[in-house]
Structures are given as C-alpha cells and as structure tokens.
Design a protein. Structure first.
Length: 372
C-alpha cells in the first residue's frame, strides 16, 4: 500500500516515481495499491483509492487530503497488504504510518523532498517552520523500518540530521523503451528552427524553487554571446505568468518559448531529442528525474551542482555542473554549444549514464528491500 500526498492528475517527480515503481513492481508479480487525495478532474484508475480533499491555499493545482477513513483497517486486511510505503511524512503519510502500526505491518518511507527548502510556501515565521519541519521529519523517519533515498548524497544529509533508521539509496529508474525512438527533427519543424540555430531546453515545474529566473538570466547571457540560440521552457505551475514577464523585460520574447501545459511522454521525448542542450538551475532536488530523462535521449546537461543533481550529472562526462549563478550556467552552456565535437561526446556518454538506472533494475532493488 503506497500512501502519497500527491498523485495524478497533479504532475511532479514524486508522482512519476510512484507511477514507475508501481508499474515495474506489478511486472515482478506484486500487487500495488495507491492511497491519495482526490481531484475534480481525476480519471478513475484501478487500484487507486482517493480521499476527500481541499485545494491547497498556496498552490491552486494541488489537493490536500483529509486523511480520515474509519474503514481503512478492513480495506488493508481485505487487500492482504504486506507492507506500507509512504511517499510523504505529512497528511497521507501519517495515515499510512498509523495504518502500518495498527495492522502490525512494516513501514517504508521514501524521502523524496528536501522539505525544509520549501518553507517559502508558508507566509509567516519561515525560520521557525523550517526548524519544526526538520524535527518532525526526523521523528517520522526514525519510526520507519526503512527509509529510501533517491541518492546516496541525500542519505548522508539525513544521517547528519540525526535520522538513525535503516536507509538505502534507490533512485527512480527510467523506462528506457520510452526514449528509444524519438523524432529529432520534430522540434525544428514545429517551431521553424533554422539549421544554424542552437536550442536549449528546460523541463521543470513552473514554481519558485526551480530557479527558472536564473535559467532566463543565463539564457540572456548566452543569447548575447550567441544570438542564434533559442530556449524552450516546458512545464506547468503557478510561476508561468512571471516567466512571461521576466522574458519580456529581458527582450527575449522572440527567443524564448514557454510551453505551459502537461505533455504526453512521446511529445516530451521529442522536445528532448530536438534540443542541443538541457539547462537546469533547481537546488532543491533529491534526484532530478528530469535530468536522467534528458540523458536517456542523449541530451547533455548543464545544471547547478546542488543536492541530488550533483549525483545525477557526471561533471565532464555527460554534462557540466555549475555554481548557483547565471554567469557560470551561461559559461558552461556556451562551452558546449560552441564545440560540436564536445557536445556529441557528452551526448553519447549521457545515454550510457541513463542505462545504469533502468526502471526494471531499480524496482528489483526496491522489491529486495521490501523482502528484507
């Protein structure tokens, strides 16, 4: 039984992780059920149980579950659940932990998010909220039989915060077949991109913590040095209007294309395949699935080397890591864009990096962790 505060139709790295692990675990013969908030526009899905919810006051496309269900104990027994896996320590995660305790089931928790770095969504007393959040998460983790982290770097960080529960680093894998046959010419046909132009891509949730303003600042510098460049920002979220404003203020309207909608996997893969470089500036990622997706299509990555991203980009092998500033992002991006031989080498090696974390292999590791 997987308990999560976020699930489709909301789109995020956590949701993608649950989806991939669920599909691969079911291929291995396991039954996986998801317990999540309800959404007005949700589609019914077999094996997904929804809870009444309210809209989050600071994030209009996110639902907050009302985690109360007097019949959940019977449901857990009827489904013959062997293990509870929480993907949040909060609303649905707390319900999952209570359910595990009441039914004497092992409790696993995946620490997907650096929660203390998201307190900007709280309007008041952010320092106090950060301290309380860290304490709460530490207590939650230490009640678990196993804590999963997407990267070894995050596991080390959690140990430093006083989390003593057993821990394993298991990244979210990639379904390599989804990236096997993209159309590298689709993007240039669709947007009339000339053969002399270089295209940069950033796929991210449009929210403050993704540092998309830094991406735009870096592109401004790149475009001044290399005018035949285009930037595509692909994602959804509350920051879209601000991105349009920033691009307009920089005079980049004709060079920046903002795609503010959720894309099918095939369409997204064609965006990756048609770009020359992936650029990323978020510093709050515990893994950064999006970076691995870019690698799977052979797209070199230039990204700020913070937290999980620093483990997913092999500096100098499949891309470059930078300091958290626009100037360094621009400099490393230009280094690749102005040297096609280097770009091709990085692209080839990016594909090799992606193969190391196939969804089948990471799900097998998760199943073994469950058995233990």
């Amino acid at each position: 039984a997987m308990f999560s505060d976020s699930y489709y139709p909301y789109v995020s790295g956590v949701v993608r992780s649950i989806e991939l692990f669920r599909a691969e675990l079911e291929k291995l013969g396991h039954n996986v059920y998801v317990f999540a908030p309800s959404y007005r526009q949700q589609k019914k899905e077999e094996g997904v149980f929804r809870f009444p919810s309210i809209t989050a006051p600071t994030l209009k496309d996110f639902s907050l579950a009302l985690p109360y269900s007097p019949g959940i104990g019977k449901m857990i027994r009827d489904l013959k659940i062997d293990l509870v896996h929480c993907h949040s320590p909060f609303l649905m995660g707390r319900m999952g932990a209570r359910t595990a305790k009441q039914n004497n089931l092992p409790l696993v928790f995946t620490h997907h998010t650096l929660y203390d770095l998201y307190v900007h969504y709280v309007p008041l007393f952010q320092n106090l909220v950060r301290k309380l959040t860290l304490g709460y998460v530490r207590r939650f983790c230490n009640k678990c039989n196993l804590v999963i982290t997407p990267t070894k770097m995050l596991a080390e960080r959690l140990r430093g915060l006083g989390i003593t529960a057993p821990m394993q680093a298991i990244p979210t894998g990639l379904k390599m077949e989804e990236y096997a046959d993209p159309d590298p010419d689709w993007l240039s046909r669709q947007y009339n991109i000339g053969p002399e132009e270089k295209t940069l891509l950033c796929v991210a949730r449009f929210s403050k913590e993704k540092n998309l303003d830094m991406v735009l600042e870096a592109f401004h510098l790149i475009n001044r040095a290399h005018p035949d460049t285009r930037l595509f920002l692909v994602g959804i979220g509350p920051y879209e209007e601000e991105l349009h404003r920033i691009a307009a203020d920089m005079g980049l309207d004709s060079r920046v294309t903002i795609i503010g909608r959720a894309l099918p996997r095939k369409a997204l893969t064609d965006y990756y395949a048609g770009a020359d470089l992936f650029i990323y500036a978020a510093t709050t990622e515990t893994q950064g699935i999006i970076v691995s997706e870019a690698h799977a299509v052979g797209l070199p990555v230039v990204a700020v080397g913070a937290n999980g991203i620093a483990e997913m980009v092999n500096d100098g092998f499949d891309g470059f890591l930078t300091r958290p500033d626009a100037e360094d992002l621009a400099e490393k991006a230009l280094c690749i864009l102005q040297d096609e031989k280097l770009r091709q080498n990085l692209a080839s090696q990016a594909r090799e990096s992606a193969k190391r974390i196939s969804a089948t292999s990471t799900a097998t590791r998760m199943a073994n962790a469950y058995r233990d």
